[in-house]
Design a protein around this ligand. Structure first.
Ligand code: FES
Ligand SMILES: [Fe+2]
Length: 383
C-alpha cells in the first residue's frame, strides 16, 4: 500500500507518537567486521552479486529521442544504452560479438545514431542491438548473423532515471523489484515524466557500503551535520520500514510540530519531513516535497567507489520553479551529504589500523545491520 492510500493520517500518528516519546523504534545492537570493507576477495564476490541487481545509472532525459546513446560501465560491465526508433530504451553490453572490441568509447554519448559500427572489422548493429551487416559475411557461415546481436541487459525507466541490471537475465520483473516503495515514489509524482535538473558524478575513497551505513541512521545528524542541517531535524529519531531488501526512513523536521494535523496529501509535508527510499543494493532517493535528491554508488575496489547523483523534479513542478531554485536545493543537499562522504573516507582510511575489529552499530542504527544482512545473503548466493 502506498503512502497516500494507506492514509497520511496513520503516518502522522506514528510520527507524533515517536516525537512525543510514546514510541521508540529500536533494533538489536550489532557489530560489522572491518573485513567487510577491506577484503578484495569479498569485493569481487560483491561485484558479481551487484551485477545481478538493478542500479540507477543516469537521467532518462539524456536518452530522450530516438538515436540517443550513452556508454557507461555499470559495476565494471561496459554498457551501451540506446533509444531506438520505436521509442524503446535498451541496454546492451558494449562489446562486439565478433572479437569483442568496444563498440563506442566508455563515457561518451551522442545523438542521431541509426547504427553502431565496430571500429575493428565493421560489424554493424542497429539501435535495437541486431547485427545488421558485416563485411565478407560468407566467411562466417558458422556464426549466423541472427545470433550475433548485442547481448541485451534488463533496463527500465523509473522516477526520471534509467535503471540497468548488468547481467543478461531474462524476464527480469521490475515491478516486483521496486515493490511497494517504488509505487509510493510514483504516487508522490515521480513518474516517467519526471526530469533531472542537476547532476554530479564523483570518486569516493571508501567502500560503497560505508556510504549506505551513513545514510541509514539519523544518530549522526546532530553532530556530523551541526553546521548544516542538524538544526532542522529531531535528534536520534528512527521511523523505519522495510519491504524486502528496500528501506524507507521517515525524517520528521522540527517544523513537523507546527502542523495543525495531518495534511491531505504527502505534499503537505514538503517542509515538515523528508523521506529516504533506499532501493537495495545501491540507490538512495531522498524525497524533499517538490523534488528528489538521489544518488547511486558503485564499488570500484574494496576501498573506493563511484557516485552518480541527480536532482529529480516531478512533472507538476517542471515549470513552477527557476533553475536557480533547483541549483540551490542541489547545492544545499550536497553540502550536507559531503559531510557524510568525508566521514566515510576518514573511516576507510582508519579501517586497517587495528583499532577496531568490527564497527559498532547501536540499537538506534539497526537499519545498517539489516542492510548488511541483505548483502551477506546476496554474496552467499551462487552467481
Ligand atoms: S571485433 Fe568488432 S568487428 Fe571485429
Ligand atoms: Fe548524513
Amino acid at each position: 500500500m502506498g503512502i497516500e492510500s494507506q492514509s497520511v493520517a496513520s503516518l502522522h500518528a506514528r510520527v507524533q507518537a515517536t516525537l512525543n516519546g510514546e514510541e521508540r523504534q529500536r533494533g538489536q545492537g550489532s557489530w560489522s567486521p572491518v573485513e567487510r570493507y577491506l577484503d578484495p576477495v569479498r569485493h569481487e564476490k560483491e561485484l558479481r552479486a551487484l551485477r545481478r541487481l538493478p542500479q540507477a545509472v543516469d537521467a532518462a532525459s539524456r536518452l530522450e529521442s530516438p538515436g540517443d546513446w550513452l556508454a557507461k560501465s555499470v559495476h565494471g560491465v561496459p554498457v551501451l544504452l540506446t533509444r531506438s526508433k520505436d521509442g524503446a530504451l535498451r541496454a546492451f553490453i558494449n562489446v562486439c560479438r565478433h572479437r569483442g572490441a568496444a563498440l563506442v568509447p566508455e563515457g561518451e554519448c551522442g545523438q542521431g545514431r541509426e547504427r553502431f559500427v565496430c571500429p575493428y572489422h565493421s560489424w554493424t548493429y542497429g539501435t535495437d542491438g541486431r547485427c545488421i551487416g558485416r563485411p565478407h559475411d560468407r566467411d562466417f557461415a558458422h556464426a549466423p548473423k541472427a545470433e550475433a546481436g548485442l547481448v541485451e541487459l534488463p533496463c527500465t525507466e523509473r522516477f526520471g532515471l534509467v535503471w540497468v541490471v548488468a547481467s543478461p537475465l531474462s524476464g527480469f520483473d521490475w515491478g516486483a523489484y521496486f515493490g511497494p516503495f517504488g509505487r509510493e515514489v510514483e504516487e508522490l509524482g515521480f513518474t516517467r515524466a519526471s526530469g533531472v535538473r542537476n547532476r554530479r558524478s564523483f570518486h569516493q575513497p571508501s567502500n560503497w557500503k560505508l556510504v549506505f551505513d551513513a545514510n541509514l541512521e539519523t544518530y549522526h545528524f546532530a553532530y556530523a551535520h551541526r553546521e548544516t542541517i542538524a538544526y532542522l531535524f529531531h535528534d536520534n529519531v528512527v521511523i523505519h520500514d522495510q519491504a524486502g531488501d528496500h528501506h524507507r526512513v521517515v525524517l520528521p523536521k522540527k517544523s513537523f510540530n507546527e502542523l495543525d494535523g495531518p495534511p491531505e496529501r504527502m505534499e503537505g509535508y514538503a517542509r515538515a519531513m523528508n523521506v529516504i527510499y533506499f532501493f537495495f543494493p545501491s540507490t538512495i532517493l531522498l524525497w524533499e516535497g517538490d523534488h528528489i535528491n538521489g544518488f547511486s554508488v558503485s564499488p570500484v575496489s574494496a576501498e573506493s567507489s563511484s557516485v552518480d547523483a541527480w536532482l529529480i523534479v516531478p512533472e507538476q513542478h517542471a515549470n513552477s520553479r527557476s533553475a536557480d531554485y533547483w541549483k540551490l536545493n542541489f547545492d544545499m543537499f550536497w553540502k550536507a551529504l559531503d559531510e557524510d562522504f568525508e566521514l566515510s573516507a576518514s573511516m576507510q582510511a582508519g579501517m586497517a589500523s587495528g583499532a577496531n575489529e568490527a564497527l559498532c552499530f547501536g540499537a538506534n542504527e539497526f537499519p545498517c545491520e539489516r542492510f548488511h544482512q541483505s548483502v551477506e545473503r546476496i554474496i552467499g548466493q551462487p552467481g
